[in-house]
Design a protein around this ligand. Sequence first.
Ligand code: C5P
Length: 216
Amino acid sequence: FTPKRLLGQRVLITAGPTSEAIDPVRVVTNLSSGRMGYALALEAARAGACVTLVSGPTALPCPYGVERVDVRSAAEMHAQVMTRCAGSDLFIAVAAVADYRPVAPSAQKIKKSADTLSIDMVRNPDILAAVASRPDAPFCVGFAAESHDLDAYAQGKRVAKKLPLVVGNLVSDGLGSDDNQVVLYDDHGRHPLPRAAKTEVARAILEHVSRLMKEA
Ligand code: C5P
């Protein structure tokens, strides 16, 4: 039995890594299985929401009852999210978006010659910050995966991107794994959740989100 906490809510989720072309056979990407975002999409659908999952490349099947939009690069993810966020009630940014992309991807395969190779990179748009700063912004949830100083970085992101909730985890606790240990950061403070399977963590995050959305 799953309580229909999100009945009728329109939920937009980003998940997985993004992949930025260097040339036709090489990319710059982030390590991300997509499992946490896919678990959130499935649990949001089970809770009665109408869910769209904008996903970078992953090996995962589309969760039951979820509309998936496949993208590769941060620019594609940004474009797909911006066309869909206006009608959304809740936006959860779980994707590990590449911070930079090659300035000028080569149309042809780059051949090896010199001993070193430099690639000029340019900042990608911050999708979550762009959604959260809209006048008609949905309730926005960010993720922070850090190798150290989780409290400081997660709270810093919450303030900088003006988010009501950030879900933080240490990369050593969740990356590529079936379970995860997260801490929720909101206006009331810091709420650690017990280590559990990503589906259970997803359910607990959505319970917290639906309580905060009712308060808002
Ligand atoms: O600043 P940082 O990348 O660590 O912030 C992480 C949060 O912001 C995650 O929720 C991630 O999905 C989101 N993000 C984004 N677009 C970016 C970078 C991060 O939506 N270009």
